[in-house]
Design a protein around this ligand. Structure first.
Ligand SMILES: NC(=O)c1ccc[n+]([C@@H]2O[C@H](COP(=O)([O-])OP(=O)(O)OC[C@H]3O[C@@H](n4cnc5c(N)ncnc54)[C@H](O)[C@@H]3O)[C@@H](O)[C@H]2O)c1
Length: 343
């Protein structure tokens, strides 16, 4: 089979995580590395002597079948449209675009041109997350009562970096929380209501919130929680997911799935017994972003004419939830999310 010729655009921090994954996929050949700072592109092209290296994405049109875009958020739309119009498949880093109008327009253009548009939400393809989903879907643990997601990072950039400007398109909840809102909907289905509170305390380099607390109610009655910060000077959980079900608590700590289940109706002297767990699954791969799985899925969709699990429409839903929750926060009301239906 002819390999998919892939171009990477924006060779900054995130693309450094992608590059190892790209090298591990047989059906892909890296043919172009683009960055406005040539040295960034050169660095990532080191192991790919045949890849074209340049500063303008317009120069690689003839060298690629598909592109992976990891640019500052305000450039996602322009770059995505450029490649879609040239009939190239697009894997776009999250968030898909900075506005709903841009998202819808990019989706329409990709449909019109008949190219694959997928948003890079690596958690949706990560073996540990898929195993959590398989476990709860099996019914073995009863119904889900609540899912809690924590992320604690220090994401601090110098004054003037795009992340500290309006180019980011929102705060922590928009830029990073979109992964986790998407995940909550993946596990729990249609959201009904949501509230969000954000603060800039501790993250003065950001225009909008650097710390975010969001709670959700879903159509099936379950609850979701997202507690996250880009201002963490220390961390307890790094990122962590807990699912409380009728039969116990499942925790994914990025490398293992633990089941806390003492299988009793009532534990009078509580915590010590209840904190016992068994490890029921372990990741074969050391932690890290594990983006190779999403790239594999993108390639599979191109080669076999499939619709990505996180295609443009699906990816836009997490952003629509976030925009509605930002609006409700400003208005001091609970967000009505009933018109957002997941696939
Ligand atoms: N999935 C994840 O876990 C994750 C983590 C971090 C970032 N991201 C996403 O990746 C994307 C990039 O973020 P980052 O942290 O790598 O940013 P970054 O600033 O480290 O990298 C962006 C790169 O784009 C280059 N660039 C800027 N303008 C350009 C232009 N006009 N043409 C070509 N190159 C240009 C910059 O020189 C830089 O090398 C964003 O969408 C971000 O949200 C995803």
């Amino acid at each position: 089979m002819k390999k998919i010729r892939l171009g990477i655009i924006g060779c900054g921090l995130m693309m450094k995580s992608h590059i190892a994954g790209i090298g591990a996929i047989d059906d892909v050949e890296l043919t172009a590395c683009v960055d406005i700072i040539l040295d960034h592109a050169k660095e990532l092209a080191e192991d790919y002597p045949n890849a074209k290296v340049c500063t303008d994405w317009k120069d690689i049109v003839d060298d690629v079948d598909a592109v992976l875009i990891a640019l500052p958020h305000d450039l996602h739309y322009e770059c995505g449209v450029f490649f879609a119009r040239h009939k190239k498949h697009v894997l776009m880093e999250k968030p898909l675009c900075n506005t709903e109008e841009e998202c819808k327009s990019l989706i329409d253009i990709c449909d019109e041109e008949g190219v694959v548009l997928m948003c890079a939400y690596p958690l949706r393809y990560r073996p540990g997350i898929l195993k959590m989903k398989e476990l709860v879907d099996s019914g073995e643990f009863g119904k889900i009562m609540q899912i809690s997601l924590w992320t604690e990072q220090l994401t601090k950039m110098p004054e003037g970096h795009w992340l500290t400007t309006a180019r980011l398109g929102g705060g922590q909840f928009f830029s990073h929380g979109c992964h986790y809102v998407d995940l909550l909907m993946f596990f729990l289905g249609n959201p009904v209501q949501g509230t969000h509170f954000g603060t800039r305390i501790g993250t003065p380099w950001l225009r909008k919130e650097g710390t975010s607390i969001a709670s959700f109610k879903f159509e099936n009655g379950a609850l979701g929680y997202h507690g996250a910060t880009w201002g963490s000077r220390g961390t307890h959980l790094a990122w962590n997911m807990q699912i409380i079900t009728e039969k116990g608590l499942l925790e994914y700590d990025r490398t293992r799935i633990k089941l806390y289940n003492q299988n009793r109706e009532h534990i009078p002297n509580g915590p010590v017994d209840m904190q016992k767990y068994e490890v029921i699954w372990e990741d074969a791969i050391a932690s890290g972003k594990q983006t190779q799985f999403e790239i594999e899925h993108f390639v599979d969709c191109i080669v076999n004419g499939k619709k990505p699990n996180t295609d443009g429409r699906e990816a836009m839903k997490s952003l629509q939830v976030i925009w509605k929750m930002y609006d409700a926060e400003k208005a001091g009301v609970i967000a009505d999310l009933t018109d957002i239906k997941v696939r």
